[in-house]
Design a protein around this ligand. Structure first.
Ligand SMILES: C[S@@+](CC[C@H](N)C(=O)[O-])C[C@H]1O[C@@H](n2cnc3c(N)ncnc32)[C@H](O)[C@@H]1O
Length: 323
């Protein structure tokens, strides 16, 4: 029998409900009470809600998203009352979408309404940073937020030991200390050297991928367990040679016919300072034959959002060298 887990209150492109079901029970066993769970690419926070840790630092570079989480934590009842006042139809959707200058709790309620009723749960903005996803239609409604107690449960999970931050991933990862667990789920649809990936008004480049790998090693060397979900792109393997590389498969239904199924693949790179290889191997076979040890010396990163090209190159050279 599958154990019931807390579900996120948002629909989010690239959301990890499917992975959370498999990984969260393991992380639960690894995370000691005094340590902190960190999720620097929060989105809908599927892993966080499934884990529901006592101490966590959750962050994202989407300001409206983080502000919505803070309202969900502090005023869940008022949010629901506001949502119930808005009928679900194309006209109300278009009107709310155009009211992008709303402030405070109304702004958060608008975010939730649009998220639950937009096409595909896709947070997409134009060049001015204004949300522009079309209306989803069909049976989409914000109702599950109160009917299935999603907001109420989220408010409970976001209890006092949970910190919410609007910031670049580097800040959250750099703050990790021994025993912490960091789960990273960056955007990845266009991982190619020199190519950019748009996600809302955030651009995630190849340099960001390098920066993420670099910071993951630094945290690992402090005794932090780091997990990085990523697309199944061969270019990424070179960045995580000291990590266990798991190839995970998720059945993706197209339409309703069971025969019409495609498989979605992702890499999960695991940097585990405690070397719990057998546990990870149980999730999915570790696909790299040789695991290279992490370098002894890596230049420390500060909290700037980008590192100089030279620093990155030096750090990556260290990482690629077998110790
Ligand atoms: C694939 S989504 C995460 C999905 C999440 N795991 C879930 O279950 O819904 C990636 C998230 O990373 C955020 N992001 C992109 N670039 C970032 C950066 N440089 N620093 C922090 N967050 C970033 C995006 O705003 C987006 O919410």
């Amino acid at each position: 029998m599958e154990t019931k887990i807390n579900l996120p209150f948002l629909r989010w492109a690239g959301g990890k409900r499917w992975l959370a079901r498999r990984i969260a029970p393991i992380l639960k066993g690894f995370l000691a009470k005094e340590n902190t769970y960190r999720e620097p690419f929060l989105g809908s926070g599927a892993m966080f809600f499934a884990l529901a840790p006592q101490r966590a630092v959750l962050s994202d570079l989407n300001r409206e998203l983080i502000e919505t989480y803070t309202w969900v934590r502090s005023r869940p009842g008022e949010l629901i009352s506001q949502l119930k006042e808005w009928p679900v139809d194309r006209e109300t959707y278009s009107r709310l979408r155009s009211l992008y200058k709303m402030k405070g709790i109304k702004k958060a309620a608008r975010f939730l309404y649009l998220n639950r009723t937009c096409y595909g749960g896709l947070f997409r903005t134009n060049m001015q940073g204004i949300f522009n996803t079309p209306y989803g239609g069909g049976s989409r409604t914000p109702e599950p937020l109160w009917r299935d107690h999603l907001i109420e449960r989220a408010a409970f999970c976001l209890r006092s030991g949970v910190e919410l931050k609007y910031c670049d991933f580097q800040i959250n990862i750099n703050e990790a200390t021994e025993g912490d667990i960091v789960y990273c789920d960056p955007t990845y649809s266009g991982v190619k050297r020199g190519r950019f990936d748009r996600y809302g008004d955030v651009i995630f480049s190849w340099t960001d991928q390098e920066r993420l790998a670099n910071l993951s090693y630094l945290a690992f060397r402090k005794g932090v367990t780091v997990l990085v979900s990523n697309g199944p792109f061969p270019e990424l393997r070179g960045l995580y040679r000291a990590a266990y590389r798991l190839k995970l498969k998720k059945a993706k239904s197209i339409g309703k016919a069971a025969i019409n199924k495609s498989v979605h693949e992702e890499y999960l790179f695991v940097l585990d300072p405690f070397g719990r290889k057998h546990i990870w191997n149980n999730i999915a076979p570790i696909t790299n034959k040789r695991i290279f040890l992490a370098p002894r010396k890596i230049e420390p990163c500060d909290n700037r959002s980008t590192l100089s090209r030279e620093t990155l190159q030096t750090n990556l050279k260290h990482m690629r060298n077998k110790v």
